[in-house]
Ligand binder design. Structure first.
Ligand code: IPM
Ligand code: MG
Length: 370
């Protein structure tokens, strides 16, 4: 097949290594069956890196990240590192990767697998068939804006500052990704901000509008305030096709959207950089769920979001859409067969462990391959 893909695997903390282990088995299957060939390196990130090197991301791992074709990331954080200095927290590991690799576009699909429509916190008819895509700006806004910090005022009071900033190019490049995706989907983009109270929202709205007018007149564009968007997401989520929004609103709305699907443990994400002159782009793939330290080591973790993140890698980094479809349909089949990890357990279904879920996905891959 094609040349070998250089993958950096960063399992991280908590359930990260467990769900990554199952994903590595799927990757091995792909290799054995000649679908694709990987050159895999593995590194430490987050708390695991703090324990070993005293920092959440070493320069060596960052260098590996910069020279890989794609990164598979598990999850970071946990109570063990709750008291480390703010700028050395495990979360800094992922933030530094996003920023250093300039992964400005975060694709967070919220898809309801039909077998799980009943696991949603909303009524099944509101979510059955739901398939929306949140495009979250990932390297700007209040996450990275300066000035920032906590200072002590002359009178002894303390004052904390964070800065929300966006430039035209930062808005335009992420909006373009949203419009391009909408063209391949249902042709609709909803741009979300708080233009009623924030200048950064006013600029966001104007720039998205200008881009649509000049380059994407075929895509339908609407605007929504972030508070209303949160409300609409739990009221009639199927009204949305693609949502494009800033870093902080995207963080919040994507957690909200993920719950509509029945489980946070089901949702993958892709973080993409710009396409370079060779036609390739930096990319990192991670499940939306966190490190879930409370269930780490118990075999209760759901590996499907990590496995689906790998499918996104196949699709977005390597243009292997058919192979990605194969992984995704195996996941659907496993759910249709009634297998459930703890987080998506329902009456009458079979409770399985993390590795049994991995086994089941592999079995379906084998069956399909016959
Ligand atoms: C996410 C997470 C991160 C974020 C944390 C871990 C820094 O919540 O990826 O959504 O806020 O971006
Ligand atoms: Mg989040």
């Amino acid at each position: 097949m094609t040349n070998r893909k250089k993958i950096l695997v960063l399992p991280g903390d908590g359930i990260g290594p467990e769900v990554m282990y199952e994903t590595r088995r799927i990757m091995n299957w792909m290799e054995e069956n000649g679908a694709v060939s990987f050159e895999i390196e593995e590194g430490l990130v987050g708390g695991a890196s703090i324990d070993e090197h005293n920092v959440p991301l070493t320069d060596a791992v960052l260098d590996q990240a910069l020279s890989s074709d794609a990164i598979l990331f598990g999850a970071v954080g946990g109570p063990k590192w709750a008291s480390v200095e703010f700028d050395k927290r495990p979360e800094i590991g992922i933030l530094k990767l996003r920023q250093s690799l300039d992964l400005f576009a975060n694709l967070r699909p919220a898809i309801v697998f039909s077998a799980l429509a009943h696991a949603s916190s909303l009524k099944p008819d509101l979510v059955t068939g739901l398939n929306l895509m949140i495009v979250r700006e990932l390297t700007g806004g209040v996450y990275f804006g300066e000035p920032r910090g906590i200072e002590t005022l002359p009178n002894g009071d303390r004052r904390a500052v964070n800065t929300q900033t966006y430039t035209t190019p930062e808005i335009v490049r992420v909006a373009r990704i949203a419009f391009e995706l909408a063209r391949k989907r249902n042709g609709r983009v909803c741009s979300v901000e708080k233009a009623n109270v924030m200048e950064s929202g006013v600029l966001w709205r104007e720039e998205v509008e200008t881009l649509q007018n000049s380059e994407y007149p075929d895509v339908e564009l609407t605007h929504m305030y972030a508070d209303n968007a949160a409300m609409q997401l739990v009221r009639t989520p199927k009204q949305f096709d693609v949502i494009v929004t800033d870093n902080l609103f995207g963080d919040i709305l994507s957690d909200c959207a993920s719950m509509l699907t029945g489980s946070l443990g089901m949702l993958p994400s892709a973080s993409l950089g710009a396409v370079d002159s060779y036609g390739s782009r930096r990319a990192l793939y991670e499940p939306i769920h966190g490190s879930a330290p409370d269930i780490a080591g118990t075999g209760a973790a759901n590996p499907l979001a990590m496995i689906l993140s790998f499918a996104m890698m196949l699709r977005y980094s390597f243009d292997l859409g058919n192979t990605a479809d194969l992984v995704e349909s195996s996941v659907s089949n496993v759910l249709n067969a009634g297998l459930r990890t703890d987080d998506i357990m329902q009456e009458g279904k079979s409770r399985v462990t993390t590795s049994e879920m991995g086994d089941a996905v592999l079995d379906f891959l084998d069956q399909k391959n016959r």
